[in-house]
Design a protein around this ligand. Structure first.
Ligand code: ATP
Ligand code: MG
Length: 417
């Protein structure tokens, strides 16, 4: 066929979907236990939301967004991340007037025009959580603990939690100056993106994936050494809270979220098990995001967790995913009247909660049995003229070949046992 899926997108079929269902159900379950409630926001938003919310100097806004003009002349963007839309919705619906904090989770597709690689797609999927309305480090530690416990529950060992502080608008300028001074002699060696970052937002250079830039910043001044008293206190509190939660972590001064709206806590869960794209979950605090998008000061903290990378990591850890439910009862039929009888029975079984199937190709009986075997059916029932006349059905256990005769109206009770 000439028309193919777009580069960087993936189709998911039933042979894989049970993995997705498993992580989705598990994520909803842990969010429940931690008191986070689901929020759903639209797939597209005004472009301006991301320009302000993610930030003009980020890779996302500069070169990764799927932006287009709609027929009404509005600039629309498919959401590249979930925090700004959730914050936008929170402000729009005045939820800051509720008892705070507000704790949300989401499960969304994200769109970024990137160079597709293993673990890096143009349409990918994220779980995320956000706590709005508190600047206490309890919230940050709770967000991190949820990520930690979720990854553990998903059976992925060998993942490291790294934390850092990116300071605040008060202390960051000192670091910015020191960083520029440090980088200046080697400015010419920086990659083109980082040359631009040098002017707009030099802290992001610490996060560059190019080897040269990584080498240049090896001994660069780090934000964590420039924190003001308030940010230092917050970081100490974060560490104490994590220790109380018994969460293991490592301080990594290179982790950045380089915008003025991002403050204090930054963290990542990182692994080397799935190749180069090793950050499975990343997050942090953004105390000035809502000032930026909605002129209201509401602090917040959250994370985004890539579902594709999570599933890859689970596969690398040889996690056993729960298998999808097999066909419980297969009804085979011989003849036209038996077909209608079977359809009637099929619906009764399905309404009673069984995964029941028949052959919608109406093959001959041999073909139907072959199909029942392919479906791995646990029990089969054959309907023919004599079953219709007598109302007595024969249920065959496909594994043991044992056969039980039962009155038609007692079939459901028998199967329930
Ligand atoms: P990276 O440094 O790998 O580009 P990021 O900092 O852009 O990640 P975030 O914006 O923090 O990522 O998104 C949170 C999570 O979403 C990431 O940790 C990752 O698991 C996942 N993710 C981000 N971009 C992609 C992508 N293009 N394809 C698949 N997963 C992604
Ligand atoms: Mg990225």
């Amino acid at each position: 066929m000439a028309i193919k899926a777009q580069k960087g997108t993936k189709d998911i079929f039933p042979d894989q979907i049970h993995k997705w269902h498993y992580v989705e159900k598990s994520f909803a379950d842990i969010c429940d236990r931690y008191g986070f409630k689901e929020a759903r926001t639209p797939v597209f938003e005004a472009t301006e939301l991301f320009q302000r919310g993610v930030g003009d100097t980020t890779d996302i806004v500069q070169k990764e967004m799927y932006t287009f003009e709609d027929y009404g002349g509005r600039s629309i963007t498919l959401k590249p991340e979930g925090t700004s839309p959730t914050a936008r919705a929170f402000l729009e619906h005045n939820h800051y007037a509720d008892a705070q904090p507000s704790k949300y989770y989401y499960n969304i597709p994200c769109f970024r025009y990137e160079k597709p690689q293993s673990g890096r797609l143009r349409e990918f999927h994220q779980f995320g959580i956000e706590t709005f309305g508190t600047d206490d480090m309890i919230a940050d530690a709770e967000i991190i603990a949820l990520g930690y416990d979720f990854l553990n529950e998903m059976g992925v060992g060998q993942i490291e939690l790294r934390i850092n502080s990116v300071g605040c608008p008060k202390c960051r300028p000192n670091h910015r100056d020191a960083l520029r001074n440090f980088l200046e002699p080697r400015y010419d060696e920086l990659c083109d993106t980082c040359k631009a970052r040098y002017e707009t937002n030099p802290m992001r250079i610490l996060d560059c994936k190019s080897e040269i830039c990584q080498d240049i910043v090896k001994d660069a001044p780090m934000m964590i050494d420039y924190l003001c008293d308030e940010c230092t206190d917050a970081f100490v509190q974060l560490e104490k809270n994590l220790e109380a939660f018994k969460i293991e972590y490592k301080v990594d001064p290179t982790i950045v979220r380089g915008l003025d709206y991002y403050t204090k806590t930054a963290f990542e869960f990182v692994t080397t098990m799935i190749g180069a794209q090793g950050t499975v979950c990343g997050g942090g605090r953004y105390d000035y995001l809502m000032d930026e998008i909605g002129d209201r000061h509401v602090p917040g903290v959250g994370f985004g967790l890539g579902k594709e990378r999570l599933i890859m990591l689970m596969e690398a850890n040889e996690v056993e995913f729960p298998e999808p439910k097999p066909t419980e009862v297969f009804i085979a039929f011989v003849g036209e009247e038996a077909k209608f009888y079977s359809l009637n029975l099929l619906r009764k079984l399905r309404c009673a909660g069984f995964l029941a199937e028949t052959d919608a190709l109406a093959r001959n009986i041999k073909g139907q049995f072959k199909y029942a075997n392919r479906l791995n059916a646990k029990y089969t029932v054959v309907i023919g003229d004599s079953e219709i006349e007598s109302g007595i059905l024969t249920v065959k256990d496909m594994a043991s070949s044992e056969q039980i005769r039962v009155k038609s109206e007692e079939l459901i009770d028998l199967l329930k046992k």
